[in-house]
Write a new protein. Structure first.
Length: 243
């Protein structure tokens, strides 16, 4: 405890050397790459496609009435809030990586399920719309307990203190740019590729993101920021800086 207090006191006087680190420290550039990639992966999960275009998606799924589309959207929003609260409870109990593994697997399966269901005939099986709603709920719940909050937690932990301002700036910009890109291309993808292929793409991407997370992202549960920084700048493999 005494050592941690000393580290904290020393860091209170730490000045920012963002651009100096960016030019001269390859470890800092690597951790920025991982943080930016992690933010892009969060958006390429398709979360804001579901949140922005939920009424349109439910209409494609056979919910013809406006009230049905809006109720589906409300249910999605409530599920997102409830699962985020659950994540707050679990994140320091179970660790970041186990929750993220669960999230990526479930997001992959649920998005692929949505894609497969969109290949069916809603005219002959109107209940398929409710199956799509259920799959999207699983997706939202999985995202909200994993990638939703944990992306921001990890991005706030992995940067060295002297370069944290620039690191957070890069990751925040990446998040908003990728949000705009995903939101702006969804309807174009639906038009040219069809709803089935579009959702299958979002599902398949989660498998690649899982591999990236396994090999590049550290477990930071119970590890001080000072310890993470020390291991990073000492040259430890990035996924092991929390050990």
């Amino acid at each position: 405890m005494a050592n941690e207090v000393c580290d904290l006191e020393k860091n209170l006087h730490q000045k920012q050397h963002d651009f100096q680190l960016l030019r001269n420290n390859s470890r800092y550039r690597l951790v920025i790459f991982v943080g930016v990639s992690f933010q892009i992966m969060q958006q390429l999960s398709g979360i804001n496609v579901v949140m922005y275009y939920a009424p349109r998606i439910f209409k494609m799924a056979g919910f013809e009435s406006t009230s049905g589309q809006m109720w589906g959207t409300i249910i999605i929003g409530i599920a997102n809030v409830v699962a985020t609260v659950v994540a707050i409870v679990l994140i320091d109990r179970l660790g970041r990586k186990p929750i993220m593994y669960f999230g990526f697997v479930m997001m992959c399966l649920s998005m692929m399920t949505v894609g497969i269901l969109f290949n069916k005939s809603f005219e002959h099986a109107p209940q398929l719309g409710f199956y799509i709603l259920a799959a999207l709920l699983i997706f939202i719940l999985s995202f909200a307990v994993s990638s939703g909050p944990i992306t921001y937690v990890i991005c706030s932990e992995i940067f060295p203190l002297s370069g944290r301002d620039l690191g957070i700036t890069f990751t925040t910009v990446a998040s908003w740019l990728s949000t705009a890109a995903v939101g702006g291309t969804f309807l174009t993808m639906i038009h040219h590729l069809g709803s089935q292929i579009t959702f299958l793409i979002y599902g398949i991407l989660q498998a690649f993101f899982l591999l990236f997370f396994v090999y590049f992202v550290p477990e930071t549960k119970g590890v001080s920021l000072e310890h993470l920084e020390s291991n990073l700048l000492a040259g430890k493999p990035l996924r092991k800086i929390g050990s």
